[in-house]
Design a protein around this ligand. Structure first.
Ligand SMILES: [Zn+2]
Ligand SMILES: [Zn+2]
Length: 283
């Protein structure tokens, strides 16, 4: 196996509904290199189901600090620790990551102090290294090269598309973004482009279901990408496969995989995968 992608949680947005998908997280394997991308609710369980031994939790990348991408980061690290993590884990993320982590550790101070004293564990903070993502090269350890591109996700300014290269494969994650032309150059020649996607026709039903009205409608249109635009960008980037991920909506019973395929028909005729929770792609 050279490349493996598991879309652990496939929905955009933090809300959870009966029968619906989980917020965003993914596992990527390129040769022997593993990476977790985003930590929405459900990531810990999803990684275990994907075969990850939490005692050997791989490096983690957080594209931005919206809760559907970061809510379970602390719980993932803590659960890995109580499962027997001994090797330090690096978490790459935007500015503000240190404040998130400090806040999580403060909230769990009773438990973590108790486990160090009572169970003889090494302090959790000694096992976690934080590294702030800036545009350009994020990591190059010989096994894996990771690069970041700031994308267009107002009002969030620190939101980064990530490109992973290793074992002769290239995979690009759009992160959350409005249609953003520089992403085409950044993703050029990728084996897989994992792009967020929205079905504009279904947005009105989301607005009605949440009761959040104009503010939510305006955010969705200003900060996210219609599936058709993701397809156009995939064509300009000449990628081998397009994966539609971070689906908006992902829990509308009236929206099926066929609706997503119909949204890109005539624009993208290459290989395509519509993400769902736990879906595994080998490439
Ligand atoms: Zn999101
Ligand atoms: Zn976001």
């Amino acid at each position: 196996m050279t490349g493996r992608l598991v879309t652990i949680g496939s929905k955009g947005g933090p809300a959870l509904r009966k029968g619906g998908a989980l917020p965003t997280s993914s596992l990527l394997q390129l040769g022997s290199a593993l990476a977790v991308i985003d930590c929405g609710l459900g990531v810990t369980r999803g990684l275990v189901e994907a075969g990850v031994d939490l005692r050997h939790l791989p490096q983690v990348f957080i594209t931005h600090l919206h809760s559907d991408h970061v809510l379970e980061l602390g719980a993932l690290l803590h659960t890995a620790w109580t499962t027997g993590l001994r090797r330090p884990v690096t978490v790459f993320g935007p500015p503000g990551l240190a404040e998130y982590w400090a806040g999580f550790m403060a909230s769990m101070a009773f438990d973590t102090a108790l486990r160090v004293a009572d169970e003889g564990r090494a302090p959790l903070e000694d096992l976690v290294t934080l590294q702030v993502i800036e545009p350009g090269t994020v990591l190059n350890d010989g096994n894996l090269c990771v690069s970041a591109l700031r994308v267009d996700h107002p009002p969030v300014t620190d939101c980064f598309a990530l490109r992973f290269e290793g074992a002769g494969r290239r995979v690009t994650f759009s992160a959350d973004t409005a249609p953003f032309e520089p992403l085409a150059g950044f993703a050029r020649g990728s084996d897989v482009l994992v792009h967020e996607a929205m079905l504009p026709d279904a947005v009105e039903r989301i607005v009605a279901a949440t009761g959040m009205g104009d503010a939510l409608r305006a955010h969705l249109h200003a900060s996210h990408t219609p599936a058709a635009e993701a397809a156009r960008l995939a064509g300009r980037a000449a990628v081998r496969r397009l994966v539609l991920h971070h689906l908006i909506p992902a829990d509308d019973p009236d929206v099926t995989e066929e609706d997503w395929r119909a949204a890109v028909a005539g624009i993208w005729d290459g290989d395509i995968t519509i993400a769902r929770d736990g879906l595994q792609l080998i490439f």
